[in-house]
Design a protein around this ligand. Structure first.
Ligand SMILES: C[S@@+](CC[C@H](N)C(=O)[O-])C[C@H]1O[C@@H](n2cnc3c(N)ncnc32)[C@H](O)[C@@H]1O
Length: 238
C-alpha cells in the first residue's frame, strides 16, 4: 500500500490528467452554448442546495477554479473566494475577469498552500476527475476546511451517465483523460469525512426544441431516484 508521501511525489509529477492550458482561451465557450447554459443552470441550482443562506464574508476555497466561472457565482452568493488551479492559462483567464472578492493563484490540490481550518467551505467542481489522486485532494480540502461544521462541496461528472461515457470515447477530448467517478465511488471517498448527501442532475435533452423541458425532466429523474444523471452534486458537513 503506497504511503501518502509516495502519492504526493507522483501527484507532483503529474498533478492534472489533462493540460488545461491548451483549452483555456476557449473553455468558457461551453457555458455560452444552449446546452451549456441549461447544464450550468441545473448544476448551480443543485450546488446551491448545499450552501447556507447567509454567507456574507465567509471564506470559500475553490480547488480547480479554472477560468473563474463558478468563482463568480460563489462571490455573487456572498463568499470571499480563493481560487486555485494548476493551469497557468486557466488562472490568467480567471484573473482577467477582475471578480470582486475573488483571488486566484496557481496551486496544486494535492498539496494546498493553506493552513488547517482556514475556510468555511471548500469546493471542487468537475475537478476531482482530472486530478492525479482524488482521495489525496479531498484529504487536503478537508484539512483546509474548518472543523466542526465546515462544508465540503463536490460536483463531478457521473461515470454511469451515457453522455459522459460517449464524451470519454472521443479520442483527444479532455474527457478521454478524465477518471470519472460513479455515485457509489464518490459516496465512499466522501464518507470518510462525515455524513454525505449526494444527488444527480440531468441529462439535458440534446434536441434544441426540448431544451426548455430540462428542469422538468431533471425533477422527474430526481423524484424517481434515477442514478444516471450527468452531474453528481455532493456535500459533507465536517
Ligand atoms: C474541467 S475543469 C473545471 C474548471 C471549473 N471548476 C469549472 O467547472 O468551470 C478542471 C480544472 O481542474 C484543474 N486541475 C486539474 N488538476 C488539478 C490539481 N491537481 N490541482 C488544482 N487544479 C487542478 C484543471 O487545470 C482545470 O482548470
Amino acid at each position: 500500500m503506497p504511503s501518502v508521501d509516495t502519492n504526493l511525489e507522483k501527484a507532483a509529477d503529474r498533478p492534472s490528467r489533462f493540460d488545461f492550458d491548451t483549452v483555456s482561451s476557449t473553455y468558457d465557450q461551453w457555458y455560452e452554448t444552449a446546452e451549456g447554459v441549461m447544464y450550468d443552470r441545473l448544476e448551480k441550482k443543485a450546488i446551491s442546495r448545499y450552501l447556507w443562506q447567509n454567507t456574507q464574508g465567509m471564506k470559500l476555497l475553490e480547488v480547480g477554479c479554472g477560468t473563474g466561472h463558478w468563482s463568480q457565482f460563489f462571490c455573487d452568493y456572498g463568499f470571499n473566494v480563493a481560487g486555485v488551479d494548476t493551469s497557468e492559462g486557466m488562472i490568467k483567464v480567471a484573473q482577467s475577469k477582475n471578480i470582486t472578492n475573488a483571488s486566484f493563484r496557481i496551486a496544486d490540490g494535492h498539496s494546498l498552500p493553506f493552513k488547517d481550518n482556514s475556510f468555511d467551505v471548500t469546493v471542487a467542481i468537475t475537478t476531482l476527475e482530472f486530478v492525479h489522486d482524488a482521495e489525496l485532494v479531498l484529504q487536503e480540502m478537508a484539512r483546509c476546511t474548518r472543523k466542526p461544521s465546515g462544508l465540503l462541496v463536490i460536483g463531478v461528472l457521473n461515470a454511469s451517465a451515457r453522455l459522459n461515457r460517449s464524451r470519454q470515447e472521443k479520442p483527444g477530448s479532455l474527457y478521454a483523460k478524465a477518471k470519472l467517478l460513479s455515485k457509489g465511488q464518490l459516496k465512499k471517498i466522501l464518507g470518510k469525512y462525515g455524513q454525505t448527501q449526494l444527488f444527480t442532475i440531468g441529462p439535458v435533452p440534446r434536441q434544441r426544441c426540448l431544451l426548455s423541458f430540462s428542469p422538468f425532466i431533471d425533477r422527474v429523474a430526481r423524484l424517481l431516484h434515477l442514478p444516471h444523471g450527468v452531474f453528481i452534486a455532493g456535500q459533507v458537513r465536517l
